[in-house]
Design a protein around this ligand. Structure first.
Ligand code: GLA
Length: 388
């Protein structure tokens, strides 16, 4: 992803001029804290060293032209006529972010954009948030608008909710916007405060793709959100000041369980216990107790499988396969679920061997070729190269 010279060269071939700037926008992997963000809880993601590159240059004619190399496609539209809800998916993200920036008061100029990257698409590593934040940072920089990271993340989430139609939370955009190299981020999704926590040098983060594609929009994601809201609504009858499932304690849930149907109870139980696991796992990591962190990842996967019902046979097989591999301390599905990736924590000296072993065993068991990566937590979306 860091091959800035290559994207500059390609840009010149596409547009006959060099870019004014290049933005590097990472993907994200969530270590623990799944489906808690839209319940105003805690998450613990890291920005990846895989991501999206956006090379950009101003145009004077009010046209936004984008070339997406991996899609082998391009799009051209007047800024006065963005119509972000029309067109193929990738163009809706680009036009959507342009529309959101304009609406927020940042008057973006016309631009020629070249988009490339090395983040696997539709794998649960937030390729959409990576694209959103890459476009946002590039256009805001061309416009000379200093926009706070949290605000950019909110604009990305709004594009996702209002233009793409997925009621996703704020985790992906915040992780992509605020990542810190060598760290994961403990994010309070109520205040949006993010605290960076170093990843100890004795462990590595593995991301292993199940090769089962997932699309949030087509999945039961919005349905899970609605189930959480239904549970919250019923629990409010017992405690009217509850703002979100984040405010529900295990004791309250146990005392008021009879108010919920069995599905609502399962969904709420996942959220309540997952929030506790996030805080416990971060405390463990700060004390250097990586074994405890791994154990909590295993419990998180079980909860996502049994109570939240977002796993599947391949993700279960992949997580179990990882856990049988020497040096692996914990493994769980990461992201929304319904396919996508497993994240594993592994002792550093076993990381290379684990990548090979897990991939091979998973292929034998399922016939699927799951790519595996050792990830280095990286910085959030930023301008890497500005023409002198
Ligand atoms: C997707 C959403 C996030 C979050 C996760 C599940 O990645 O975009 O907001 O809800 O699923 O934790």
């Amino acid at each position: 992803m860091r091959d800035i010279n290559a994207i500059r060269d390609t840009y010149r071939k596409c547009f006959n001029l060099p870019p004014e700037l290049v933005v590097c926008s990472p993907g994200r992997v969530n270590l623990i804290g799944e489906h808690t963000d839209y319940n105003e809880g805690w998450v613990f993601p890291a920005a990846l060293d895989l991501g999206t590159l956006v090379a950009a240059r101003r145009r004077d004619d009010g046209v936004l032209r984008s070339v997406a190399l991996r899609m082998n496609d391009e799009d051209s539209i007047r800024l006065t006529d963005l119509r972000p809800r029309e067109g193929v998916a990738w163009t809706r993200y680009v036009r959507g972010m342009a529309a959101m920036l304009n609406e927020s008061g940042c008057a973006i100029p016309g631009a020629d954009l070249l988009i490339d990257g090395d983040l696997p698409l539709s794998s649960g590593l937030s390729s959409s948030a990576s694209l959103e934040m890459g476009i946002a940072v590039a256009l805001a920089a061309l416009a000379g608008c200093p926009i706070e990271r949290k605000v950019l993340a909110r604009l990305g989430q709004r594009a996702e909710n209002e233009i793409i139609g997925v009621q996703s939370g704020i985790m992906d955009q915040l992780a992509v916007a605020c990542g810190v190299a060598g760290h994961a981020l403990l994010i309070d999704c109520r205040s949006l405060d993010a605290t960076s926590v170093p990843i100890p040098p004795e462990v590595r983060i593995l991301v292993i793709d199940s090769a089962v594609p997932r699309t949030l929009a087509g999945s039961a994601y919005n349905q899970r959100r609605a189930e959480c809201e239904a549970a919250l609504h019923k629990l409010r009858a017992a405690q009217p000041d509850l703002q979100a499932l984040r405010d529900v304690t295990p004791e309250l849930l146990a005392a008021e369980a009879q108010r919920l149907d069995s599905v609502e109870l399962q969904r709420a139980r996942h959220v309540v216990t997952e929030n506790e696991r996030v805080l416990a796992s971060v405390a463990a990591l700060r004390q250097g107790d990586v074994a405890r962190f791994g154990q909590l990842m295993i419990e998180s996967h079980a909860s996502l499988r049994d109570d939240y019902a977002v796993s599947g046979p391949e993700l279960d097989t992949l997580a179990a396969t990882a856990l049988e591999t020497p040096g692996v301390l914990g493994a769980r599905l990461t992201g929304a679920g319904f396919g996508g990736c497993v994240v594993a924590l592994v002792e550093a000296q076993h990381a290379e061997a684990a990548v090979a072993t897990i991939g091979e065993r998973y292929r034998r068991l399922t016939g699927r070729q799951g790519a595996a990566y050792i990830c280095a937590p990286s910085d959030g979306a930023h301008v890497v190269d500005e023409a002198a």
